[in-house]
Design a protein around this ligand. Structure first.
Ligand code: NDP
Length: 479
């Protein structure tokens, strides 16, 4: 029982008008797909939200041909400053319709409205604003005197940040003069389809953005289409590997943003209360469905008990439940499949000998839910210390010296992100320098910004998204 009880503060869903069915968005228009349609559900209630078209190989081919035509005739030859104007227009429309996007994202994904409203949608708009600014300055990006677009980009995105991942993919592709065929995840297609309406509203020339919904097969058709010049993928390492194999031996350029198992390192001189907030943000933000989540907590042995006790106290105050309630901290798990995966991996944690802790309290009867979970007595060999759970599950380990912290942090097949908590700037600089992770946060966690490049080492993938570095994935400098 927490000291404060909150009255429910539900956001109204009346602002969104969800259609009973959606088609594909190809060549500027919505059209039926020729595959078997699928249903998208609200993971918090299991209510069917809509029926969505599946793009077949033939539909993907139509989309790629539309993207090629738009690239050759309109978008490629367009003055860069004019391309920039379209991106600014899209960014402003995203802001104008922000509430609608936030509500729809929460309904389709299960994430708390507070996060979709304050993080996903504003950051998606920020990505368009940022890249709009680059559109007419590409020759000053340090990528050669006259960098040129690649052509048609085939992009496949996951379900954890549906609109934000779309923005990460579409904004740089368009700013650099490429056209796009994008496949959203099967469980979260709705904000991508609302984005298609934004493209219409912005008068974006037909074919510049095409959205082809469907399952993994549709994604496979997008990335393996022979007329796609560039493939960008965010998702699991397993599918990333399959994509790398499919693209090998072709002239396609490839960037992969895959999984992670980030170490969040807390030294004994760190301000414990702030670190605890950072640990919570690191692993429970977005139900832990975050590739850069701080899922491995490395605590200096001398403060382990204090940190774990404060952490458990803090977790006891987190509100798990209705994602549409503005007070909710943890929403629903995105799908029954993902819930099963989280349950499987946490069961390993217990059989391998780690100690599982969860706060008291009930979960809703319907929908897909998992309590925030902390494992202590974890050894680096345990599966919960090695595998990406992609859920609200934290594994706590200890270290004694800075060298041990670095060795344990780097003892992972992944290398996407990491965090360091310490009062000493010199220690932070020394440690961050030794961490094999694409992004390292100091005294904060899960801070994302369009100006900052994001990407991994090892099995976390290759290439960078965001910042000046992210532009290079969509440009060629050979002429
Ligand atoms: P996937 O990698 O399967 O999904 C990512 C995207 O790829 C989806 O759009 C998916 O379609 C599509 N896809 C699936 N198979 C293929 C294929 N052969 N060729 C092209 N595209 C394909 O992730 P899952 O949803 O299955 O999640 C599994 C695990 O992956 C999670 O538990 C988590 O550990 C990790 N993951 C990591 C993410 C990250 O950001 N790093 C994001 C999502 C998951 P569809 O939606 O229809 O499956």
């Amino acid at each position: 029982m927490s000291i404060f009880e909150y009255a429910p503060a539900p956001e109204s869903r009346s602002i969104v008008d969800i259609r009973p069915s959606y088609g594909l968005f190809v060549d500027g228009e919505f059209a039926d797909g020729t595959g078997t349609p699928f249903k998208t559900v609200n993971p918090a209630t299991e209510e069917v939200l809509s029926e969505v078209a599946t793009g077949s190989d033939a539909d993907v081919d139509r989309a790629v041909r539309a993207a090629r035509r738009a690239f050759t005739r309109v978008w490629g030859p367009m003055r860069p400053a004019d391309r920039g104007k379209y991106l600014f227009r899209i960014a402003r429309l995203l802001q104008e319709r922000a509430r609608e996007f936030a509500v729809l994202e929460t309904l389709d994904n299960g994430k708390p409205i507070r996060e979709s409203r304050d993080v996903d949608v504003p950051l998606a708009a920020a990505h368009f604003f940022y890249h709009a600014g680059w559109a007419d300055k590409l020759e000053h990006a340090g990528l050669g005197p006259a960098p040129r677009p690649l052509g048609v980009a085939g992009q496949v995105i996951p379900w954890n940040f549906p609109l934000l991942m779309l923005a990460w993919k579409v904004a740089p592709a368009l700013a650099t003069g490429n056209t796009v065929v994008l496949k959203p995840a099967e469980t979260t297609p709705l904000t991508a389809l609302l984005f298609a309406e934004i493209c219409q509203q912005a008068d974006l020339p037909p074919g510049v953005v095409n959205i082809v919904t469907g399952a993994g097969e549709t994604g496979r058709a997008v990335i393996s289409h022979p007329d796609v010049d560039k493939v960008a993928f965010t998702g699991s390492t397993e599918v990333g590997r399959a994509i790398a194999r499919a693209v090998a031996g072709t002239e396609k350029r490839l960037t992969l943003e895959l999984g992670g198992k980030a170490a969040n390192i807390v030294f004994d001189d760190a301000p414990i209360d702030e670190a605890v907030e950072g640990i919570v943000r690191g692993i429970f933000f977005n139900q832990g469905h975050v590739c850069c989540a701080g899922s491995r907590l490395l605590v200096q042995e001398s403060v382990h008990d204090d940190v774990v006790a404060s952490l458990q106290r803090r977790i006891g105050t987190l509100r798990v439940g209705d994602p549409m309630d503005k007070n909710t901290d943890l929403g629903a798990i995105n799908s029954a499949e993902q819930l099963a995966r989280i349950r499987d991996l946490t069961a390993y944690g217990e059989t391998e000998g780690a100690t599982c802790w969860q706060p008291e309290g009930d979960l809703p009867d319907r929908g897909f839910w998992f309590k925030p979970t902390v494992f202590t007595d974890v050894s680096p060999a345990h599966r919960i210390a090695r595998d990406e759970v992609f859920g609200p599950v934290l594994s706590v380990m200890t270290f004694r010296t800075p060298d041990e912290a670095v060795a344990k942090a780097n003892n992972s097949t992944y290398g996407l992100s990491a965090g360091v908590w310490s009062e000493k700037g010199s220690r932070i600089l020394k440690i961050t320098d030794q961490l094999r992770a694409g992004v390292v946060w100091a005294n904060t966690f899960n801070e994302l910004d369009p100006t900052s490049p994001f990407g991994g080492y090892k099995q976390s993938g290759y290439g960078r998204e965001g910042g000046r570095q992210g532009l290079s994935a969509y440009l060629r400098s050979d002429f």
